[in-house]
Design a protein around this ligand. Structure first.
Ligand code: AHN
Ligand code: ZN
Length: 326
């Protein structure tokens, strides 16, 4: 692990400048697009701010306060913001008062890109080695806040200078209320991603279309590796190709591994299957770990100590390059 980190850091330092020179040499001046910076400190603050509310578990005061904060922050960047409220039934019958938050830039544009993440927290740290934590919520620094934090910084940059393409940023709720592992007989795939399932059936704009969608999930751990997720390759391998090539060109090849990872039942499944929008998942995959995710996943360790600015930067800058070159 220490070796992998050293390699990742070295590659970053060595390649960022080289990639920039290479891009300007290869493209004629008329076609060069100026891509805004991605400020990793700012993204880190957006992650910390969410975590400071406490676990954003549906039907809690922290959840409500964070929803208000997310909507107000996106409005302050100049986006048109929809708060899509829905009462969604969880696997155990609990009715979740959910809020999907959708921020639109250039709402009139026909050509659009959808960027999304979940913002809620898992109510149970059911993968924690200590059984006492199995009934306690996760802090969700990585699992929830990291993707949302990166998208807030992307939204801030987009709001300051709009790209040609329309951009929608959807923060989905109730992703992580899937049945806990000790109730594995009820652990049906569809108990996850309830907010995304609702939006995919009832988009915030009727007849909503996007060229493609990109989901961020657990994009903040130090030395995180993102493999080609299987459902993404099934539905939208051309988008996976583009994103992984863009990341590599920016010197982020140590994060974005161009090899297959596992399949993950995540928000993008429903954006593909129910909304018919080709969508991919950028999600941390650790081939060594028994869960396939990072060791912090659904444990009491999913806190700010496991959030790294360089990982946020690799993901955020890659996204900005994708949308400004669209
Ligand atoms: C399942 O474990 C079925 N899906 C993982 C989706 C997820 C949970 N992403 C973050 N937390
Ligand atoms: Zn989770």
């Amino acid at each position: 692990m220490i070796l992998a980190l050293a390699v990742a850091t070295g590659t970053l330092a060595a390649c960022t400048g080289k990639a920039a020179r290479h891009a300007s040499e290869a493209q004629p001046a008329a076609q060069a697009v100026e891509v805004p910076p991605f400020e990793a400190d700012s993204a880190w603050q957006y992650v910390a701010r969410q975590v400071a509310f406490g676990p954003r578990v549906p039907n809690t005061p922290a959840h409500k306060a964070c929803a208000d904060y997310l909507a107000a922050t996106l409005r302050s960047f100049g986006a048109e913001v929809t708060e899509q409220r829905a009462d969604l039934r969880a696997f155990d019958g609990t009715v979740l008062h959910a809020v999907n938050i959708i921020a639109s830039f250039r709402p009139e544009a026909k050509r659009r890109v959808l960027l999304f993440a979940h913002w809620d927290c898992r109510p149970w740290a059911d993968n924690d080695p200590d059984p006492a934590n199995h009934t306690r919520p996760v802090a969700g620094a990585n699992d929830g806040a990291s993707g949302t934090g990166v998208l807030l910084e992307v939204a801030r940059q987009v709001g300051m200078r709009l790209p040609e393409v329309g951009v929608d940023i959807a923060l989905f709720d109730a992703e992580d209320y899937g049945a806990p592992s000790h109730l594995s007989s009820r652990n049906t795939a569809d108990s996850w991603a309830l907010g995304a399932q609702h939006w995919a059936r009832h988009p915030h704009v009727s007849g909503y279309r996007a060229l493609y969608g990109i989901l961020l999930d657990m994009v903040g751990a130090p030395g995180a590796t993102f493999y080609r997720e299987q459902l993404s390759d099934y539905y939208a391998s051309h988008i996976v190709d583009r994103v992984w090539a863009q990341a590599d060109a920016l010197g982020f090849g140590a994060y974005f591994i161009d090899r297959p990872g596992g399949a993950v039942t995540d928000d993008h499944l429903y954006v593909n299957r129910l909304a018919g929008i080709p969508a991919i998942d950028i999600i941390q995959h650790d081939p060594q770990s028994p869960t396939g995710f990072g060791a912090y996943w659904h444990t009491a360790d999913d806190d700010m100590d496991h959030i790294d600015r360089q990982t946020l930067h690799a993901v955020g800058l890659t996204l900005l390059h994708i949308i400004y070159n669209e």
